[in-house]
Every structure is written in structure tokens, then in C-alpha cells.
Design a protein around this ligand. Structure first.
Ligand SMILES: Nc1ncnc2c1ncn2[C@@H]1O[C@H](COP(=O)(O)OP(=O)(O)OP(=O)(O)O)[C@@H](O)[C@H]1O
Length: 252
């Protein structure tokens, strides 16, 4: 089942083309990693697909009425600052808003979704803590839990694992894999190519605002693309524990 369809999407900012002619679809069961160097256009693509940026071309998500969109896709932006001094539980429960009608309180179903998201991100010990008093990585986990609580068919996240410790980076990627196994779809921008290789079912690589590769991770992360797209060399190998990528050096 197709959860997102983008055709011929282009974005111009300050007269400069930032994205050109992007077409892709995301199906149920996929964890799509969006990769590319700083400035390649990952955030711009995620925001344009959601309808948060003016664009040419089509995105099925941007064309939905706002209310339907909130029930179809959850969005975790790159900015991590939590501004409100509310408990972790209250903040995660905000993810249920698209499912409520005005003035409606959380139902048992909503509370169960909040509990599942809190458990998935290992936040039970923090439930009643003020979210603004948590560490940066803990706050990121709270924001991931909020989008998980939304329990939408599609999840889009901009660098969700940035700033997390290794255990929480891996467990967050496992959460995405579990969502895909349940029949949802995930699009996640990542700078850690090792995590992208191991945990994504497919990678979409951006170079200079265009898709330079789209396919299974090992077929996308070739030495030539690591050189042209990232300016690095890397060791890539198949091991007993699965594929591994270790960046080695900057190529001049
Ligand atoms: N408000 C803006 N006005 C003009 N240009 C912008 C604006 N926002 C982003 N850009 C430009 O668009 C290009 C793509 O930026 P974008 O943030 O999408 O890249 P990214 O791949 O997410 O990068 P990063 O890995 O650094 O987060 C960059 O060249 C950036 O300078």
C-alpha cells in the first residue's frame, strides 16, 4: 500500500533551486533513510512533502486537508527545544491531538497509545518529570515518543537520533523497524551512514537538490557515491552481525 507519493517536486528559495524534480513513493513496511551532506536538501524535502513549504509538483501529503494529514502522518522536526514546563506524560499525550475532537478528553485508546510510546522510548522512569528539566537526548526521546503516540500510518522524522547515546540510537531505529513490520511507513533523515545501512530498508540519497540514488542501502552506499555525495572514503563490509559502514577519511 502506498502511503506517500511525490511527483516532480521542486523548491526554490531566494531565487535559488534547492530541490529539483523529486519523485518518490513510500509504501507500508518501508523504513526509508534520507541521506545527503549538509545542505543537500533533506529538511527542505521533508517539509515540502508535508506541505509546510511552498513547492511546485505534487505531494499526496501536502494535498490532504490538515485534519486528515495529522491522522495520516506524524512529523518530528529537527528543532528539539521543549518550551513548555509540562510533564513527559502530558507532552507525549499531545501526539493524540489529531485524534480528538475539540474539547474531548483522552479516551482509554488514547491513554494506551501514550503508554505504548512511553514504554517504547524507555521513558517510564521520567513519566512525571518536567520535560524542560531533562537532558537534550532525553528530550529528543520524549519528542520521538510524542510522534509514536500519534500512531499514524506514516512517520516523518528529521534527524531523530542526533544527540542520542548509542543504545538509544539503536533502540530508536528498532522502533522504526517495528513500526514498518506493523505495516506503517517511516521516512527518516540520518547523518549516521552506519545506522542508515543497518536499519533502513531503502535509502534515498540527495545530492545538490536531486535524488542521486534510491534503492537498497548496500546498492546506494557505493564508494563512488560516498566520494561524490559526502567527500569521504569508508569501509563497508558484510559481517556476521550484518552490514557495517565505517567512515574513514575526507577526500580532497
Ligand atoms: N530559508 C531559507 N532561505 C534560503 N535558503 C535556504 C533556506 N533554508 C534552507 N536553505 C538552503 O537550502 C539548501 C538545503 O537546506 P536543507 O536544510 O534542506 O539541507 P539539509 O540536507 O537538511 O542539511 P543539514 O544536513 O545541514 O540539516 C541549503 O543550501 C540551504 O542553505
Amino acid at each position: 500500500m502506498t502511503l506517500l507519493s511525490v511527483r516532480g517536486l521542486s523548491v526554490t528559495r531566494r531565487g535559488r533551486p534547492v530541490l529539483q524534480d523529486i519523485s518518490l513513493t513510500v509504501a507500508a513496511g518501508e523504513v526509508v533513510g534520507l541521506i545527503g551532506a549538509n545542505g543537500a536538501g533533506k529538511t527542505t524535502l521533508l517539509r515540502a512533502m508535508l506541505g509546510l513549504l511552498s513547492h511546485r509538483g505534487q505531494s499526496s501529503l501536502a494535498e490532504m486537508p490538515a485534519r486528515d494529514r495529522g491522522r495520516h502522518a506524524a512529523w518530528m522536526p529537527q528543532a528539539r527545544e521543549i518550551a513548555w514546563p509540562v510533564t513527559v506524560e502530558t507532552l507525549v499525550a499531545l501526539g493524540r491531538i489529531p485524534h480528538l475532537t475539540a474539547g474531548q478528553r483522552l479516551s482509554e485508546t488514547d491513554r494506551a497509545a501514550v503508554d505504548r510510546a512511553i514504554a517504547r522510548m524507555g521513558l517510564d522512569p521520567f513519566r512525571q518529570r518536567n520535560a524542560t528539566n531533562l537532558s537534550g537526548g532525553e528530550q529528543a526521546r520524549v519528542l520521538i515518543a510524542r510522534v509514536l503516540a500519534q500512531e499514524t500510518p506514516l512517520l516523518l522524522a528529521d534527524e531523530p537520533v542526533a544527540g542520542l547515546d548509542p543504545a538509544h540510537q539503536i533502540s530508536t531505529m528498532h522502533s522504526f523497524t517495528a513500526l514498518a513490520a506493523e505495516g506503517r511507513g517511516v521516512v527518516v533523515s540520518l547523518h549516521d551512514l552506519g545506522l542508515a545501512l543497518r536499519h533502513c530498508t531503502r535509502l534515498v540519497m540527495l545530492e545538490g537538490g536531486r535524488i542521486s540514488a534510491d534503492g537498497p542501502p548496500l546498492s546506494v552506499l557505493t564508494p563512488a557515491r560516498l566520494r561524490t555525495g559526502f567527500g569521504i572514503s569508508a569501509w563497508i563490509g558484510e559481517t556476521a552481525q550484518g552490514p557495517v559502514l565505517q567512515p574513514l577519511d575526507v577526500l580532497h
